[in-house]
Design a protein around this ligand. Sequence first.
Ligand SMILES: Nc1ncnc2c1ncn2[C@@H]1O[C@H](COP(=O)(O)OP(=O)(O)OP(=O)(O)O)[C@@H](O)[C@H]1O
Length: 283
Amino acid sequence: MQRNDLDVATDTSTVDSRAEPANRSGLEIRDLSITFGGHTAVDRVSCAFHAGTLTSIVGPNGAGKTTLFNLISGQLNATAGSVRLFDEDITALGAPARADKGLGRAFQLTNLFPGLTALENVRLAVASRYRIGHIFWQMAARRRDISDRAAAYLEQVNLGKRADTPVANLPHGDQRKLEVALLLALEPEVFMFDEPTAGMSVDEVPVILDLIADIKKHQNKIILLVEHKMDVVRSLSDRIVVLHNGELVADGEPAQVIASPVVQQVYLGTSPDQPAAAGSAVS
Ligand SMILES: Nc1ncnc2c1ncn2[C@@H]1O[C@H](COP(=O)(O)OP(=O)(O)OP(=O)(O)O)[C@@H](O)[C@H]1O
């Protein structure tokens, strides 16, 4: 379903703060750094991410992956450096304003409303995407539009049958799927997944991975992934960025990066075929 399917174009209660992304470069970070006390958790990291590409950010525990995500999405303010989205400097913006610009992040369940049903959660995300005001929300036609659209997102993540289930009663795996539905509803230009399969059962993992693969295949978006499981990283990534002690130490095509001496060194002698073993290696 495309954005224009929802009849909001002439709706004065809706605001789209995003300019069209065509002809602009994607997401670019330049010399991004943050220091906590005396500890530099992210140290002058620079790279650019392009539409249609899935980049995994990997590194040992404490390498700075989640902190880098926080700096990109605006949960943390950088000590130095900049974040640019489609040629616009968004470094000074907070997380909500960056989300408005198209940075979408799945938050490991913290953005779900546990007392609301799955459908109600997605409806809120659809309404927020289009800044649908209270008066318009009350209009029956508008409510139906939003509900139809929210139901479609739920179907997309295989949660159609759980539409009326309160989030608190959903199994963990379904909650993670719902999180992806919320992200889809926000229609971001950048999808950020921080360990999307964490805590999921073996059966549920492929569902989430298929969803991410589907976004990659059918939407020309920038996708960033922090993931501990190296088989997942290998299967989904076009590119891997490796962090170590907050620094970017490798960046490139997956097979090359995994085989590179610096990455082998970072993972302390772990072979490329056994990177996730024993809590070492890619995490
Ligand atoms: N708010 C904070 N205050 C102080 N130190 C922090 C803060 N957030 C992160 N750090 C430190 O920054 C470093 C990087 O942490 P971060 O969580 O980004 O690593 P990570 O690569 O995501 O690790 P993991 O794989 O274990 O999740 C760690 O040394 C961590 O203790």
